[in-house]
Design a binder for this molecule. Structure first.
Ligand code: FE2
Ligand code: FE2
Length: 168
């Protein structure tokens, strides 16, 4: 026997909420684009050359993410947001990298939730698109943690709230 169908209203509210959350994701993608554009150019010093080149690549990947997320919001019948989350700046290269890492941690937590939410709504293709974005966000996280000389932060559900552990 088929599962009872949710009422149109319930379904709409859930899809509306998903669109809202995707708009928050989009604002974080805009934030990431801006941060990586700026940080990749202002990070100077021989020890930061490699990471500066990686940040430039991140900037381009974040733009791809913003396009994918906007397409999903449009598909859900909503208007994509136009406002980035605030971008923090610092003259200290380590602080810049730490800001980026904290943002990536937050982004990863959110996309993990979003995949579950998409699947709960039966939006499997959307979940798949977000999974691919998540893979790149995790690579960004690894690049930043490596440049900072720290362990990759554990942002799984089990560790929520746990502070970054420093290796040295
Ligand atoms: Fe991204
Ligand atoms: Fe990222």
């Amino acid at each position: 026997m088929a599962e009872p169908k949710p009422t149109a209203t319930e379904n709409e509210i859930s899809r509306d909420r998903l669109a809202e959350l995707l708009n928050e994701d989009l604002s974080r993608e805009y934030q990431a684009i801006i941060a990586y554009v700026v940080y990749s150019q202002v990070l100077s010093g021989a020890q930061y050359m490699d990471i500066a080149a990686q940040l430039e690549l991140h900037a381009k990947q974040e733009l791809d993410h913003a396009l994918i997320i906007s397409r999903q919001i449009d598909y859900l019948g909503k208007m994509p947001a136009v406002t980035p989350q605030p971008v923090r700046t610092s003259k200290d290269p380590k602080a810049m990298l730490r800001f980026d890492l904290e943002n990536e941690n937050e982004t990863i937590r959110n996309y993990r939730d979003r995949i579950r939410q998409c699947e709960a709504l039966g939006e499997y293709a959307m979940a798949e698109q977000i999974r691919q974005i998540l893979t790149q966000e995790q690579d960004h996280q690894i690049d930043l943690a490596t440049a900072l000389g720290i362990e990759v932060p554990d942002v799984s559900d089990a560790s929520r709230g746990r502070a970054l552990r420093k290796r040295r």
